[in-house]
Design a protein around this ligand. Structure first.
Ligand code: UD1
Length: 421
């Protein structure tokens, strides 16, 4: 297993480009199953989760063609199996996103239940109930969700999400795009990645209104066709580099990103003392050498503060001036990174779903372990602020969601290297 070694103490300073969004690319890849002619997807990030999705397609008889710019052309008409097997689904929950498109287009699907996960139980009941609302017949048997469309295909329906779910909204929106008649999704997630998926579906011929609001109306069409679509920038990758620069008192300019989808994060960084300038597709953060001030925040569905940025802010609070409180409301067990940071000398107390940090001037290097994707990124930030060499183990979690993290960090002046294992 690869490890990272980071020598702390350098102030980040430089410019990098932001990759395509993992959480938009995954549902857009799944959406290619709905089209009856090839789709080309551009700006796909080079990440392990994307490779897993492509491998899943391969198992189903769909062979994506990748060009040198990493654009992927997918022709789902060659599909030969409607099963998403456990070995792949267990490594990536987002595999569940193929369920809705497969039932809608091919009338049936079998997708393994994702099972437990490092950040909580994360059930998929909403995906199942949402598809049932469109007429699907679903049984859960031998660890698999077995779904069948009724005679004549899925039909439009109403569904109210009693918990706001991002992939749940995406799955049902994709299925409804090919259902007969109108579907109305209420209390839908409003994340920008949902808007990106909807825009791709609309380009394929879908009739969707209200994506980005809590009510999405979909008028099903008979067929969806191929198109070429460019994935939006990754707002979580953007936020992670901004926080890394802020924690080190540094400066960073991020290109090919979008400041309008990061308002909650940018406003917390300003509160921490960052000077932030933005343009259409860039963000520049400058701390002018200052130590950040600790901030209080509470995670909630978009447009509120994203749970996927919580760990990075805890790392910043660990070295900030004053006390900061972070409340996690989305996932029940998402403070594993705190235990690792405590081993680096961070003063953080956990009380239920709240982490209270009293900033220290400097952390101390220690061997630590990445436990989930965003937790790993937070350990990289903590290591940048630690005296000595921090060894981060199990970084396959980072490779799931951060493209070329060590190259990008090196461009910003971080002392970071990978030890292949
Ligand atoms: C997506 C993101 C993930 C992010 C999360 C919350 C992708 C690929 N992943 O995950 O990075 O952290 O949104 O912003 O886009 N829930 C249920 N039943 C369900 C589904 C979800 O109870 O059927 C609960 C979950 O346990 C959680 C909450 O709903 O407490 C929100 O989860 P959800 O939005 O579904 O997360 P994901 O879509 O899996």
């Amino acid at each position: 297993m690869d490890k990272l070694i980071i020598t702390g103490g350098n102030r980040l300073d430089g410019e990098i480009r932001i990759s395509g969004a993992k959480n938009a690319a995954l549902p857009i890849l799944a959406a290619t199953l709905l089209a009856d002619s090839p789709i080309t997807i551009c700006n796909l990030p080079h990440l392990h989760d994307i490779t897993t999705m492509i491998e899943l397609f391969g198992r189903m008889g769909v062979q994506p063609v990748i060009d040198e710019k990493l654009s992927v052309e997918i022709d789902s008409s060659t599909i030969s199996s409607l099963v998403a097997p456990y070995e792949l689904v267990k490594t990536m929950r987002a595999s569940i996103l193929v369920l809705g498109p497969m039932v809608a287009r091919f009338g049936e699907a079998e997708v393994a239940l994702p099972g437990g996960c490092a950040i909580g139980s994360r059930p998929v009941d909403l995906h199942i109930r949402g598809l049932e609302a469109l007429g699907a017949h679903i049984e859960v048997e031998n660890g698999y969700i077995k779904a069948k469309a009724p005679e004549g295909g899925l039909r439009g329906g109403q569904f109210f999400f009693d918990i706001v779910s991002v992939t749940g909204t995406e799955n049902i929106m994709m299925a409804a795009a090919l259902a007969k008649g109108r579907s109305v999704l209420k209390n839908a997630a409003r994340e920008p990645e949902i808007v990106d998926l909807a825009n791709c579906l609309i380009q394929m011929g879908a009739k969707i209104e209200g994506a980005g609001t809590d009510t999405i109306i979909i008028d099903g069409v008979d067929r969806l066709q191929g198109t070429t679509y460019t994935v939006m920038p990754d707002r979580i990758e953007t936020g992670t580099y901004l926080v890394a620069a802020a924690a080190t008192g540094g400066r960073v300019k991020l290109k090919d990103t979008d400041p309008t989808i990061l308002e909650a994060v940018l406003s917390k960084l300003q509160e921490a003392g960052a000077d932030i300038q933005t343009g259409d597709d860039w963000i520049e953060l400058n701390m002018h050498g200052k130590r950040p001030k600790a901030v209080n925040l509470r995670t909630a569905p978009y447009p509120a503060f994203p749970t996927d940025m919580q760990a990075q802010f805890i790392a910043m609070n660990a070295v900030a001036e004053g006390q900061g409180t972070v409340i996690e409301t989305i996932f029940e067990n998402r403070f594993m990174h705190v235990l690792e940071m405590q081993r680096m000398g961070a003063k953080i107390q956990i009380e239920g779903n709240t982490a209270i940090s009293s900033g220290v001037a400097l952390l101390k290097a220690a061997p630590v372990m990445a436990t989930d994707l965003r937790a790993s990124a937070s350990l990289v930030i903590a290591a940048l602020m630690a005296e000595g060499d921090t060894l981060i183990d199990r970084i396959y979690h980072i490779d799931r969601g951060y493209e070329c993290i060590e190259e990008k960090m090196q461009l910003l002046g971080a002392k970071i290297r990978r030890i292949p294992g």
